[in-house]
Write a protein that binds this ligand. Structure first.
Ligand code: BDP
Length: 494
């Protein structure tokens, strides 16, 4: 064979996988692929990182969600199924602002009046054992664990200890930990004040033999570090919350710029966590606080944001991320607001959306049934890495808004390539894969970044997907259209 003929053959071979991976494009997105930006991702398989926690995927709900015991119940099959599909070992966090307005029906002691609220219900939410019993059934049916918040604001450690004991008694081993107070940085003047209020609670709850975690603060990294230093040994994990910004400031372009400023804070917390051999959970997080932003928090862009956010945090060692959500009534009430659930027309899917908080990953309620929101699919994508070992990689994004992650598991190489760019289709040339030849590609896509419905995670159910191969140079060419993501699993060649 002449050199020229060999070169032509190699060129043709190099184009083959390219052609086949692009084949999935139009099918998955319904859009033409257009001209592509060429990005490069070099996987450094000799630089292993952290093992991704198998509890990476989590959700967070207001305590007020327990007002209807039929919500978290083993009879709520649709919700059980959505949780099980999301993760076999997820974490459900119950808390939020309404946890600091909750009283336990079993408590017989004196209760002071809680400070008046600016709006919403003035009466505290009275939590009853039926709701905890139903919740225990839900946890058993889903295989999920529980993190449960008790009322610090009211200043009655004895009630918290009784409630914590009841939760442990009813939920058993499915309780990971009790947290004391929600975002106490919003009502304690400084860390010392939190510490003073927290101590008698921690003492009473631990004396009852119930595990605790914390401090569950809003945006205070320094509080988490102080807390770790002082109380690390008494806790089963450290926690903090995160939202990008307030809902009025939310937009799709803002969301898709990513959260790099926060990652630096996470790295600081991880130093404290590692020093005390403690996991760190983001027990409450989402795109925009004040209930999320319509047209941003609940559209396909939030799926790409959420997947990227989870994987960036997993790479830094965060043990789990609990995306806050639930019914509109529960979240609006947490903000002291009335919920307007009115919707024009009778479309079931629109009605489910209308009764749900804007950032929730799952829409619906007991009466209407449930359905996944776009964010749910982003969580499903990131969940593909749960239990795998992250690898270092070098990305040359060629000016486009991209992220890329690599991990190894059971001899397989996994990649997630996220194209957050609204205008550029991208072809990733992924190298550093010497022992990998063939595998499968799954695509996460939607008609557009603004889509509320019509999200497709093609191949996620193990049935479809596209086959993929490295070229003669060991490079894998993967086309990822604007506003979509790809997930690749390559098998080690024999
Ligand atoms: C958090 C609260 C939660 C709220 C959320 C929000 O813990 O209860 O629902 O903010 O503002 O700070 O959306």
């Amino acid at each position: 064979m002449t050199d020229r003929a060999r070169r032509n053959l190699l060129k043709a071979a190099a184009l083959l996988p390219l052609a086949s991976t692009f084949g999935g494009f139009a099918m998955a997105t319904g859009r033409p692929s257009g001209a592509s930006v060429a990005a490069r991702f070099v996987v450094q398989a000799n630089q292993p990182g952290r093992v991704v926690s198998d509890t990476l995927t989590g959700v967070s709900y207001e305590t007020l969600q327990l007002a209807n015991p039929a919500f978290f119940s083993l009879d709520n099959h649709a919700l059980v199924e959505l949780f099980r599909t999301l993760s076999p070992r997820g974490v459900l966090r119950i808390g939020g602002n309404t946890s600091d307005y909750t009283v336990w029906s079993g408590y017989r002691g004196e209760l002071p009046a809680q400070p008046a609220r600016k709006g919403g219900p003035q009466q505290p939410f009275v939590l009853k054992p039926e709701a905890l019993q139903a919740l225990a059934g839900f946890l058993r049916a889903t295989g999920w664990k529980l993190v449960f918040g008790v009322n610090l604001k009211i200043g009655v450690p004895a009630m918290a200890a009784e409630l914590a004991t009841a939760v442990q008694h009813i939920v058993g081993d499915d309780l990971l930990a009790i947290q004391i107070g929600n975002e106490a940085n919003n009502y304690e003047v400084d860390y010392a004040a939190l510490d003073a209020a927290w101590m008698p609670y921690a003492k009473a709850i631990r004396a009852a033999g119930v595990p605790i975690a914390g401090p569950d603060t809003g945006a205070n990294t320094d509080w988490v570090i102080d807390y770790a230093r002082r109380h690390g040994k008494e806790n089963v994990f450290l926690s903090r919350h995160y939202y990008r910004d307030a809902a009025p400031k939310g937009s799709i372009p803002d969301m898709l710029t990513g959260d790099s400023g926060f990652y630096a804070e996470v790295e600081q917390i991880m130093q404290a966590a590692d020093a005390g051999s403690l996991p760190f959970y983001l027990t409450e997080a989402n795109s925009y606080y004040f209930g999320g932003r319509d047209g941003v928090s609940n559209v396909f862009a939030s799926a790409l944001w959420g997947a990227d956010f989870m994987l960036a945090l997993a790479q830094r060692g965060v043990a789990g991320i609990n995306f806050h959500g639930g019914t509109l009534v529960s979240v609006e009430s947490s903000l002291g607001r009335e919920a307007n659930t009115a919707v024009a027309g009778v479309d079931l899917s629109a009605r489910r959306d209308a009764v749900t908080s804007r950032y929730s990953a799952i829409a619906g309620d007991v009466a209407l049934g449930f359905q996944p929101r776009p964010l749910y699919y982003g969580m499903l994508l990131a969940q593909q890495f749960a239990g795998a070992r992250m690898l270092t990689g070098r990305l040359n994004a060629a000016g486009a808004n991209l992220t890329a992650y690599a991990a190894q598991r059971d001899g397989a190489m996994q990649l997630v390539l996220i194209n957050k760019d609204a205008t550029h289709d991208v072809t990733f040339a992924v190298s550093g894969l010497p022992h990998y030849r063939e595998g499968r590609l799954m695509r996460l896509s939607a008609p557009s970044l603004e889509s509320r419905h019509g999200i497709v995670f093609d191949g996620a159910d193990g049935t479809a997907g596209h086959s993929i191969a490295t070229d003669a140079h060991g490079v894998c060419h993967i086309g990822v259209p604007r506003g979509s993501a790809a997930c690749v699993r390559l098998n080690r060649s024999a």
